[in-house]
Design a protein around this ligand. Structure first.
Ligand SMILES: *Cc1c(COP(=O)(O)O)cnc(C)c1O
Length: 360
């Protein structure tokens, strides 16, 4: 059935094309491109009415299930304008496969990965002028699926929308790396094993807002989450995975069900291994991190995710005590990983694992 899906093309009329925002003030997720991908699903037809169409508002029944019970999953990926003005994607299949893993957990239908990737490439080609050329600026891509039955009974929806919207975003670090200050949450938790922490689903982010606001008011940019049972083991930082360099080991928490399996996390593990760095996926207690900070064996902490790529941590705050990490400076390893990943994403680096996909 999937192989036969036709994807229609409805172009935005020339006189309705939007004015592109200035590249030095893009913000994050504020300006959207002229077109989107949109597809519908129901039990009889599967995916149907698939099209690339003008970016548009939805008209929805207020009872739509997604508004009440949160059947919503998404992805976050980027298109890069790199070497010789070519457009690249980074490990895009991994994003759509992860979307399908999320779909399974949330009782939602799978998307046809090859077709969706082909459609995304067509969409990118159509809106290619929106892909910024300023250094570090990219086009952020947000594939999303929502359950839309207009019924208040609690059950999986029988109808879904899948869509892809895109927005130009500025460089995360326009003035070079800026290590972040992190608030370690010892009260609120993000996710629990057996729940949906490993799924990119809307509710996880709604649940994180309250603690994020507390951290912001205290002057911290992100929250470091501990495990939900003992409030002891480190899980993630904000919406990024987290790494610690202690002595010569690069340590990151294992994917035990409450942590999102980041594609950047996986790329960092593989890159570091290829450089001969010893990587370890194991539970790491906050007390171990703080002890290593005190005795000097903790060299670096950084987060990893599509938005920032690498996000160095300069300070931790835990139970009213602050710990300065690496003199509040960006570490050598964080810098090296950031530089190399950006080079690969822009088509300059060696790419033995074929992570980069050229669009046009
Ligand atoms: C998206 C996300 C990440 C990072 O995943 P990437 O694939 O590297 O972008 C990490 N943690 C959470 C909670 C996320 O939502």
């Amino acid at each position: 059935m999937w192989e036969n899906i036709e994807v229609a093309l409805e172009k935005t009329p020339l006189d309705k094309l939007k004015k592109k925002p200035s590249e030095d003030n893009l913000g994050f997720g504020v300006h959207f491109t002229d077109h989107m991908y949109l597809s519908k699903w129901n039990r009889e037809k599967g995916w149907h009415d698939s099209k690339i169409c003008p970016y548009q508002d939805f008209q929805m029944n207020p009872a739509s299930m997604v508004f009440h019970y949160g059947q919503a999953i998404f992805e976050g990926m980027k298109a890069y304008r790199g070497k010789d003005d070519q457009i690249f994607l980074f490990r895009p299949k991994d994003n759509f496969e992860r979307l399908n893993t999320s779909a399974l957990r949330m009782c939602m239908p799978r998307v046809p990965v090859d077709l969706v990737l082909k459609s995304l490439k067509a969409l990118l080609y159509l809106d290619r002028e929106w892909i910024p050329s300023a250094p570090g600026a990219t086009l952020y891509i947000r594939p999303t699926m929502i359950g839309v039955d207009p019924i208040l009974g609690v059950k999986p929806s029988d109808t879904y929308l899948f869509y892809i919207i895109m927005c130009p975003v500025g460089a995360y670090y326009p003035e070079g790396f800026n290590p972040t200050k992190i608030y370690v949450s010892d009260e609120y938790v993000r996710a629990v094993k057996g729940g949906v922490g490993q799924v990119k689903t809307a509710g996880n982010y709604a649940a994180s807002l309250y603690m994020s606001e507390i951290a912001k008011k205290a002057g911290y940019t992100q929250v470091l989450w501990l495990d939900a049972c003992e409030h002891k083991y480190v899980e993630e930082v904000g919406t990024s995975n987290i790494f610690f360099q202690i002595e010569d080991e690069l340590i990151t928490p294992p994917l035990g069900g409450s942590i999102l399996g980041g594609i950047t996390r996986d790329s960092v593990l593989k890159l570091a291994q290829s450089w001969g760095i010893k990587t370890v996926e194991r539970p790491i207690a906050i007390d171990e991190v703080l002890a290593a900070s005190k005795d000097g064996s903790l060299k670096e902490i950084f987060g990893t995710g599509t938005a920032a790529v690498i996000s160095p941590v300069g300070e931790l705050m835990y139970k009213n005590e602050t710990y300065i990490i690496n003199n509040g400076e960006t570490g050598v390893l964080a810098q090296r990983l950031f530089t190399e990943l950006q080079a690969i994403q822009n088509g300059y680096g060696a790419d033995p694992d074929k992570w980069v996909v050229r669009v046009c």
